[in-house]
Structures are given as structure tokens and as C-alpha cells.
Design a binder for this molecule. Sequence first.
Ligand code: NAP
Length: 286
Amino acid sequence: MEFVTLNNGVSMPKVGYGVYQVSPEECVRSVQDALHAGYRLIDTAQSYDNEYEVGTGLRQSGVRREEIFLTTKIWIANAGYEKTIQSIDDSLRRLQTDYVDLMLIHQPFGDYYGTYRAMEEAYKAGKLRAIGVSNFFADRLIDLCHNVEVMPAVNQVETHVFQQQTELHGIMKKYDIVHEAWGPFAEGRNGFFSNDVLNRIGAAHHKTAAQTALRFLLQKDVVVIPKSVRPERMAQNLDVFDFSLTPEEMKQLEKLDTGKSLFFFHYDPKMVEWFYQMVQERNLRV
Ligand code: NAP
């Protein structure tokens, strides 16, 4: 495994395992399989409704807590100082641990400055080893950076060959914030795994389209957290450190960028309403 050093000196694996849409029934087994395959970064969120199962999987795996880098995220419904203070303790209880390695604001909605202040406090108290954000576009990220005491260490945003986030990446570099990709396979959208360019370049290295896509992001200094519930794919997605893409291959993959989201765009009013509807409809377990 290779590691990146965050702006506060904490070390973070460059490849992790994401558990979005992993059901509570599958999650304990999946987390253990991932740890046994060699993953040491696990990415969950309050809204995935599987923090308890992640904690159980971690505990039952036999891997020492200090070896694991655990990320979770504050959901929109918990935005604001008071609610966040409480929800950090709730996450720790569900995750069955007394600290989280990285806590992110999941979405830039609601009183997220209050959320951030509460995270800064928990960071100073040692409950969070690093803090950061997710889905912050350039304008909100820059504004946040100018109004906080503890700089965000990470911004986790949709990033894959079809949405490479080149401009935002440059801004994150400038502010010393690590770029972490969610949906590194775009969840298979847009014919991802059968894409000609990914498959052709992968074949030249005896690698799959999935491995080529991850390798591309790693060579762009982007941390990746692919999700799979299948052990053979978990292993495959981790096996990306024994080859390099040439500058010419990188150029060909850069051309796949459409500069557009395959999921959601925060400046679309309908999308903002959709998020608030989801907040109301989601009945998360406590
Ligand atoms: P993803 O990792 O881009 O894609 C997952 C899909 O690809 C699943 O359908 C999986 O199927 C399939 N897959 C995985 N490895 C494969 C392989 N080697 N070959 C072929 N198919 C493969 O999607 P994601 O889960 O949305 O994103 C990854 C993680 O990012 C999430 O789990 C979550 O932790 C995080 N995330 C964060 C946000 C946010 O707002 N911050 C949003 C979305 C996701 P199987 O499981 O059947 O193998």
C-alpha cells in the first residue's frame, strides 16, 4: 500500500474501501473481506446507515484499530453546531471506537459552518484525527478555507475518467487539501467497464478497465475508495501498484473527460430540493 500525508501530518492509504449501498446484512462480512484482502481505509457515512456493521466488521476482523484508517461523514440532517456535537458521539458509539481517523461534512448544505466548528472542537479533543469535507465545489471550498481555524485535510468529490475535476484539483493542491475520489468507476454508468480506451490500455498492461481507471487517478494524485461486495473484485481493485501508465496513455485517458457529473450538480435548484426531500424521507437507525 502507498500512503499520502495529510496537511496535519496524518498518514492515509491511497486506496480504500467504500461501503455506500452495502446493505447492513452484507456489510459485516464485506468489511472483514476487505480487511483480509489488505484494505486499511474504510469509508462510510452516517447516511449509509451501516456504521454499526462497519464497526462490527472492524472488531471481528482481528486487525488492530491503529492499523485502520476509518472515515465517516456528517449527514445534512445533523448540520449545525449542537447536532454535530451529538452526532459525532453517536457515530463513535455505532462504529464501536473512541476515535475516527477522518470526519467529513457530507454535503455543503444547512449550517455547515456550525458543523465545521463542532468538528474542529472534536478534532482538538482527539475524537477525530483529521477533518475535511465532501462535495464542496471550488467556490464553497475556498470560502470555507478562509473562515476556519483547522484547514480541511481532504475534499471527497465525484471523480472518474468521465469527470476528472481538473480545475478543482488545482485549487485543492493550492490549499494543500487531498483530493479523494468517490465513484471512481462512476458506479458503472456510461458503459464504464466496457469502455474501449480503458480496456485497450488495460490489456497492454494485463490489467482490467477497473484497474486502469484506478491507476489513472492514482497517477493524478487522487485517493480512491472503490466499492465491491465481491472478494475477487476487492483484490483486483487493490492490485494497482505494480504497473504505470505512460504519459501517452495518460493523455488518451484525459480525453475521456466530459467535465460533467454523472450523478448530481449542486447548482441545479431541483437537485438541492431533491437532497432535502431525501433528508426528510430517510429514516436512519440510531
Ligand atoms: P464505484 O466504486 O464507482 O462503483 C461501484 C460499482 O462497481 C458496484 O456496482 C460494483 O459492483 C462495481 N465494481 C467494483 N469493482 C469492480 C470491478 N473490478 N469490475 C467490475 N465491476 C466492479 O461506486 P460508489 O460505491 O458510489 O463509490 C465508491 C465509494 O465512494 C462509496 O462506496 C462511498 O464510500 C463513496 N461515495 C461517497 C459519496 C459522497 O457523496 N461523498 C457518494 C458516492 C460514493 P459489486 O459490488 O457487485 O462488485
